[in-house]
Design a protein. Structure first.
Length: 442
């Protein structure tokens, strides 16, 4: 196509000759297409092969521009036992003037939970990629983009707990890069509704969600499944007050995923909703139904004990559990290998296997990437080829594998996703545990 463009520029007013040359150029492209390794017509390496390369053999692609930061001078001070207005994430001037964030000495309010605040390192990297794109669009899309997106996916699996090669490979095979959690939840909820109508999931045609869930997820459930199959679990009025007397350990967020006291409250609400709907549904018909959970609720900021709820829903009813973890990345100690279910028949025989089937998280919130980057995780091969067989936007990669079908959804700005590796490097250099404590105290 670059050859065609050069012909057009040189022979602007010679239309007959132009069309002949363009035709010959396009014929050459069609002949060469058989040798393309990646999705569509991209001259990139095969995405599915790249994501599976063992870590010790994988070579990250080189940046096509100079690196912006060689090191970060800012260090977060050691945490004390109580909040301080001199500490970062508390609008401290010393923090605002460092390389960590844009200089915002004038601001008085930040809402990480909704729209986020992008780190300078991420903005600089995304800007460099955008300049690369605008200086040579064909080279950017055709040669650089997919390889670097795969590198970003691999880097983020490390950030969320990938360790040994076997576990890392399973997680790499189960990661998808998406623009935001809303797009991912459309694929999840819409996919479940589609499969339930075609009997690709056993029995379950229902979707359950708590009334404190994110608003757009409620609307998706009702839109895709129909109001008769979308069952809201009443929680706010009758059960939310019960949580007030439960002490939450801010220093051990991971344990809160399995906290028995708060879990008991959520399970009572779930059981009450199922009992109240028992006239129209039977226990056996719940198998394969979808349960949507929020890791951190949007309006009420409740940390749901997702592990315990998921375990109960799967073992007692055979439900499929999807978690909207939009607020989870960085703010919570995500350990995906232990959180996710691989779809084995017996969890007792599967060491370190969790009960959550699908987990989605945004990068623009607490992870502080530019907007337009999110992750979807599913280590269950069956669900990847049924519920998650069709992304919200179908494009070139639909038949090429899990990562491929989500990776490219059209010609748009992918620079936020391309900035994820440098942001992960930044947070790890800042010491993630220390950063997380600051977030919890402020």
């Amino acid at each position: 196509m670059f050859e065609c463009w050069q012909i057009i520029r040189r022979q602007k007013f010679q239309q007959p000759r132009l069309l002949a040359n363009v035709s010959r150029s396009l014929s050459y492209i069609r002949i060469e297409k058989a040798g393309y390794q990646s999705i569509g017509s991209f001259h990139s390496d095969n995405v599915e092969e790249l994501i599976r390369v063992p870590e010790e053999k994988y070579i990250p692609p080189e940046l096509p521009f100079p690196e912006e930061y060689s090191q970060y001078s800012f260090r977060i001070p050691s945490s004390s036992t109580s909040p301080s207005n001199k500490r970062p994430f508390s609008n401290a001037i010393s923090f605002a003037s460092t390389s960590s964030h844009l200089n915002r000495q004038e601001w008085t309010f930040l809402n990480h939970g909704a729209f986020g605040l992008a780190l300078d390192v991420g903005l600089q990297r995304s800007h460099s990629w955008r300049m690369c794109l605008e200086s040579q669009p064909l080279q950017y899309f055709d040669r650089y983009l997919l390889n670097h997106l795969v590198y970003g996916a691999r880097r983020m699996t490390k950030f969320v707990g990938a360790r040994d090669e076997a576990g890392s490979l399973k997680l790499r095979e189960g990661i998808a890069m998406i623009g935001n959690v809303t797009a991912g939840m459309n694929a999840v909820i819409g996919g479940h509704a589609r499969c339930s109508r075609s009997d690709q999931v056993d029995h379950g045609r229902k979707v359950f969600y708590f009334d404190i869930a994110y608003g757009s997820n409620k609307k998706m459930c009702q839109s895709y499944h129909g109001r008769e199959n979308a069952i809201e679990i009443p929680f706010e009025e009758d059960f939310l007050p019960m949580l007030q007397n439960i002490q939450v350990d801010l220093g051990n967020r991971r344990m809160n995923d399995s906290d028995p006291d708060s879990a008991e409250v959520f399970l009572k609400a779930l059981e009450a909703a199922i009992y109240n709907a028992s006239n129209s549904i039977s226990k056996s018909s719940l198998e394969g139904s979808l349960l949507v959970l929020d890791h951190i609720t949007s309006n009420t900021a409740i940390h749901m004990p997702i592990s315990t709820i998921a375990k109960h829903a799967k073992e007692k009813y055979g439900m499929i559990v999807a978690v909207d973890g939009a607020h989870g990345l960085l703010s919570l100690p995500l350990d995906m290998p232990n959180l996710l279910s691989a779809g084995t028949n017996s969890h007792n025989n599967a060491a370190n296997e969790g009960y959550v089937d699908i987990y989605l998280t945004n990068a623009h919130k607490w992870f502080s990437s530019p907007r337009g980057a999110a992750l979807l995780f599913c280590t269950n091969p069956f669900l990847r080829e049924t519920i998650l067989r069709q992304p919200a936007v179908v494009s070139h990669g639909i038949d090429d594998g899990f990562l491929s079908r989500f990776l490219w959804d059209g010609c748009r700005d992918y620079t936020a996703q391309l900035s994820l590796p440098v942001i992960a490097d930044f947070w790890e250099q800042m010491e993630v545990g220390v950063v997380r404590k600051e977030m919890q105290y402020n």
